[in-house]
Design a protein around this ligand. Sequence first.
Ligand code: F0G
Length: 431
Amino acid sequence: MTTMPTSRSRQRCELCGTEASELDPSAVCVKCGGLLEVVHWGVTSEASLRARFRERRAATSGADVSGVWRYRELVLPSATSDEIITQPEGNTPLIARRAIAAWAGVERLLIKHEGHNPTGSFKDRGMTVAITQARRAGARAVACASTGNTSASLAAYAALAEMPAFVFVPAGNVALGKLAQTIAYGAQTLVVRGNFDACLALVREASMRLGVHLLNSINPFRVEGQKTIALELLEQLDWDAPDWIALPAGNLGNTSAIGKGLREAYELGLVSRVPRIAAVQAEGAAPFAASFADGFATHLRVDPHTVATAIKIGDPASWNRAVRAIRDTNGTVLAVSDEEILEAKAVIDAAGVGCEPASAASVAGVAKLRREGAIRADERVVAVLTGHILKDPGIILKYHQETDPPPLHANRPIEIDARIEDVQRMFDRIQ
Ligand code: F0G
């Protein structure tokens, strides 16, 4: 049986504090253009919350099955079951793999695999909330800019909601699986001759001028859904917080969301301490890491380059929110090279877990922080894998078949004639 939440929410500008009702469809603050955040009040005690979350785990149908809406008191309490548009999403595994832990040098490393979401990435958590809210606010069409995962997710949820969807993606910079999904789910796909940052600027202008509802992670309801990664992993650990949570960082929506989730979990007494966030960027697209190094004194933009196309972003939109997340959690920001990302990915893949390149930045970041001594060998670390291995099949074949000389973990397929002697020769080599 579902217990109805008693808490309520409103939107508030993060810069000037101007408030807006929960159903206000504006993409940003109407007074100053700042980003909005959702604030909740009237949330019940932590004991009762824990009991409700647990109780909903027994559900076999409806929104309670979702690993996002299970936490609805902290997400969008006023949405009724009839209004919620869910696949469902979340309920992703928290797994231990010896080979990955050994490579990173952290014995108590756990992997939160968000690639297990319905469209294969963590984006589904934010999208279920944002599309639900878009429909409640009367949106007729939805749009986003994307490096591929947001667009795939938006396309799928818009199809579910039977709403027209427009996505803006950078030409030549979206991995095959993501582009295929976006097209197949039926979104109108606009391939922009420019990078992600140009796509985002364009869709922001389009949403303002043409009234289409913006579903990028600057949308505060995306943040509310996305923060359930943190809530779910804390619940999976029986509310015994780990020392670190490592995640890849691009547009900084996820860093912000996890920061908000941790802050609220702590303020509500769900956990007694806050894990440190380690936000990991790719070296060629690391303005936030560079800014962290000087205490966030400067807000930087770069011309981004990296093989991890998901995080090939030079001008992250959720900058201020993410600064707060890092400060609130005594976190850190670092950059890893493409070589480190690809090696981490090869280790994750060969362990039978698998992820897309950007996701592997989290594990590469843990290994680097361990080498530098920032993470101690006995600390408990959760690395978030944000996307599924099949998102970017092209890079896998390139790494294993075409890299010369073959990298450490290369697994080269061998073509043979259909003769048992050829097979025998191969077996003899292995045994
Ligand atoms: N990992 C993956 C697989 C991503 O797709 C993204 C972002 C990130 C990490 C970084 O998250 O942007 O919140 O810091 N992808 C966006 C997209 C930009 O359009 O799919 P972030």
